[in-house]
Design a protein around this ligand. Structure first.
Ligand code: HMG
Ligand code: MG
Length: 297
């Protein structure tokens, strides 16, 4: 049956903003995160400790986290390697997310690594993070297709995902980085993970909405048994190293859908919409979310 409640893992400040060309002032980012928390989102991924040359928008990660204060569990940060982990430890962070690739090409383009070498990069990073008591989430990107390689075999995604979990991650987020997945593919991938000994409660889903399938895919995952859903306020987002990627599933669309089923999220939809309208104004273009458009006063 359906659950009474689910967890929304908000990625707007990180996945949403990382793709924006014009640098958003750090004070605005802090206000964005704080408004999302005030709207009831339990987890708000705040930023990334990646190389500032790779993602200039998030070069102010340390300053942002200092403004947000010490609530390290609520605000995970992306960390690709030991250098990134050191930056996180220096600020007493308690929750990081590593981000692996299911494909060779994206490993090279996003991590400057090979598919195989990414594990050697993440291994010591996760080990040291866990030894320091940090919680570690692992993303796996290109789970449903890759702009350079085309189809991605389910077995390959499961193999990469298993290895990331085995490094010591507590949750695996399955990324449809370019938004090409469909509901049947979602069910098949989840089945394959279950068959490889990974239960649904270790899995999260991370859908981008390029083909307008993100919400249908989220429903497929919900009905399969997944209880953690990544989403981005207002549908912001994309990956600067995957050109065809558009925004994530809009948090508002997800909340409207879940509340319609009577499933609790803890989110105040009106406050969330107000936040996305404000951010759309900052960025100078309207939110692509239909729910935001419908509810915006
Ligand atoms: P690299 O150039 O191979 O790094 O980049 P390196 O280890 O050779 O080091 C080169 C220099 O970078 C050194 O400095 C290092 O200290 C420095 P130098 O000695 O030349 O002065 N350096 C760093 N500085 C700051 N922070 C660090 C760091 N690491 C090294 N963490 C690297 C390799 C992984 C760092 C690079 O490729 C990178 O930063 N990639 C990040 C790309 C990214 O952020 N992509 C977007 C996030 S992923 C995503 O959006 C998908 C997701 O949403 C899920 C989905 O949708 O599928 C999560
Ligand atoms: Mg993403």
């Amino acid at each position: 049956g359906l659950p009474e409640s689910v967890t929304i893992y908000e990625v707007g400040p990180r996945d949403g903003l990382q793709n924006e060309k014009a640098i958003v002032p750090v004070a605005v980012k802090a206000e964005f995160v704080e408004r999302l928390v005030a709207a009831g989102l339990p987890v708000v991924e705040a930023t990334s400790f990646v190389h500032p040359r790779w993602v200039p928008q998030l070069a102010d990660a340390a300053e942002l986290l200092e403004r947000l204060g010490p609530d390290g569990r609520r605000h995970p940060v992306l960390v690709p390697n030991e250098r990134g982990l050191q930056r996180a430890l220096d600020l007493d962070r308690e929750h990081i997310a590593i981000f692996g690739s299911a494909t060779e090409t994206f490993a090279q383009r996003n991590l400057n690594s090979t598919l195989e070498d990414q594990f050697a990069m993440f291994g010591p990073t996760v080990e040291r993070a866990r030894a320091g008591g940090l919680d570690v989430r692992a993303y796996v990107s290109m789970c449903f297709g890759d702009p350079w390689e085309g189809d991605v075999a389910i077995e390959q995604v499961v193999a990469v995902g298993r290895r990331l979990l085995d490094l010591g991650a507590s949750q695996l987020s399955l990324g449809d980085t370019i938004g090409v997945g469909t509901a049947g593919h979602v069910r098949a991938l989840l089945e394959a993970f279950n068959g490889a000994g990974v239960p649904d409660d270790l899995l999260a889903v991370h859908f981008h909405d390029t083909y307008g399938q993100a919400l249908a895919n989220a429903e497929a995952a919900l009905r399969h048994g997944v209880r953690t859903f990544d989403a981005s306020a207002g549908g912001l987002g994309g990956c600067p190293y995957a050109e065809s990627a558009t925004g994530n599933l809009a948090t508002e669309d997800l909340v409207w859908f879940l509340h319609g089923l009577g499933i609790r999220t803890g989110v105040d939809l009106a406050a969330l919409v107000e936040t996305s309208v404000w951010m759309a104004d900052v960025l100078g273009r309207p939110s692509p979310s239909r729910v935001v458009q419908a509810l915006a006063g």
